[in-house]
Design a protein around this ligand. Sequence first.
Ligand SMILES: [Zn+2]
Length: 366
Amino acid sequence: MAQKQRKQILYPPVVAAHISRELGDLVAPYINNQREIEVYFSLQPNSRPHLGTLTTVSSAFALAYHLKARFWLDSKVTFEALDNAPTMKQEVNGFTYFKPMCFTKAGEETLAEKNLASFVHFMKGIQQKSNVPYSVKKYSEMQKSPEYRRKLLEILDHEKELSGFLNPLEKSIKLRPICPTCFYGEKSGKLTKITRENNDMKLGSSCFDHGDYTVDISAKGENFVDLNTPVRSVIRKALLMDESKKGSSLKIMVDGSDWIGMSQQLLPCLGMLGYSIQDLPVRFFSPLIEDWAGSKFSKSAYVKKGTYEGIHPALCDYGEFQSSLGEEGLDLIWNETLEWVLDSKKFFRNYTVDYFTQRWNLDSRD
Ligand SMILES: [Zn+2]
């Protein structure tokens, strides 16, 4: 294929890049007496990852690697896998029902496990380059812990005030129990009935196939409950802050830049739950990968056939990424994201798929 004329890449000045050379400059005031750095990121393993997911994951590792070298502290990465992501939606009597991925079978394993395998494959590759250890925490496990349940109950105690920030359109906190027989839950949470006595809580709902059911969601219970994203996000931050107070490890969250719009909403909620701004985890938003129009490069848009026609398949799907770029692909992503964290003007911005097509010469590859 004929080589297209290469376009110039510009790095116009942005605020955070005026006050820092690398991300470590921004983390320095938080280091104090910390003995360790923990970098957290969270994603839904709802398919094999695409470029946007791979760069977020690699940015988290690159940050942990950079901070370890800069501050001479151990660092590690935790991947919070949102295996509650909805699959198999069904419309019945005007209600949408979904099955969480961790309860959806894909052969011998669950769909969540099947999809997680490609994330783990990628993380093992990046771990070898970074020498940063990582662990995976699944939502289905995290939500069972007494701390998680207690925080949920606390949020419900403040439902009126918090829902104005977390769900301003409906002004309610959505709790979604799932049917113990078929594992489908009702998505809007409108069928959910809460019975609560102090720390004992039961959630009732109605399955389109198995009728009414009730599940015990008290602090000692282990049943599964699905929450909508903003509520989960408040609990996630709150628990990190609780943990920070106990130990001497600095918690840092890395999320894609599509989270910026939501981040402000979470802060007053944490204040209402009694948290101090001093204890907030450090949070970085990694560059968003965009299509030509500046829209988020989206896996769910990709699966709608033809949406990303003309974009190299290696950018759309990790399987294609591996077959097109092989081992070199890992180097390309790792080097790219390391460059970002080591240069603020490269981190505090977004990148288009065209940028990667040119940078990695994808047009001249198969
Ligand atoms: Zn059912």
